[in-house]
Design a protein around this ligand. Structure first.
Ligand code: HEC
Length: 144
């Protein structure tokens, strides 16, 4: 049993390239800004914006909206990560602001008060737009 475990461990830790004698590109372990948007920021902010038009009617619905809205704060943290972050200056500041305002929006969702969510969304959107103006598209309005 012990020997089997050792063999398995060696097999798992030996670089693939050494086993197959072909070189492979290393697995990419960082997120692109686009991936962070597609998987976290866009679904999260869509959930927040949707509350303004069609607020949840049940506690279960509010809880589901909160879970989705957390995508914004998760995304903000991912934007701050080395390999994803574009620079140590404005990018860090704007991503940190996205985290602060995203957290405020999630808190508003927890209060189950549509007016508070609407206000928090407005604050949040400011950060999205400032960052896009600088890093994305010179101020074109963003697709929603
Ligand atoms: C720290 C900077 C930053 C913040 C904050 C930010 N974005 Fe972005 N966003 C970008 C950049 C850069 C791109 C372009 C990414 C690319 O195409 O490589 C982008 C692209 C997008 C796109 C287009 C995605 C696509 O698939 O073409 C949407 C939609 C978007 N952002 C929405 C938002 C929303 C909504 C928020 C706020 C809740 C937000 N972004 C916050 C930097 C930011």
């Amino acid at each position: 049993m012990r020997i089997l475990t050792t063999i398995l461990l060696v097999a798992l830790t030996t670089p693939l390239a050494a086993q197959t004698r072909t070189s492979r590109p290393p697995v990419k372990k960082t997120w692109t800004v686009r991936e962070v948007h597609d998987t976290a920021i866009i679904p999260g902010s869509n959930a927040l914006f949707a509350i303004e038009q069609d607020a949840p009617k049940t506690i279960k619905g509010w809880k589901a909206a909160r879970r989705e809205a957390l995508g914004v704060t998760r995304g903000a943290k991912l934007l701050l990560a080395p390999g994803t972050s574009r620079d140590a200056g404005d990018w860090q500041k704007l991503s940190a602001a996205l985290l602060t305002r995203g957290t405020a929006a999630v808190t508003a969702v927890e209060s189950r008060n549509t007016e508070k969510v609407t206000l928090a969304n407005g604050d949040l959107l400011e950060v999205c737009e400032i960052c896009h103006t600088i890093y994305r598209d010179g101020g074109r309005s963003m697709p929603r």
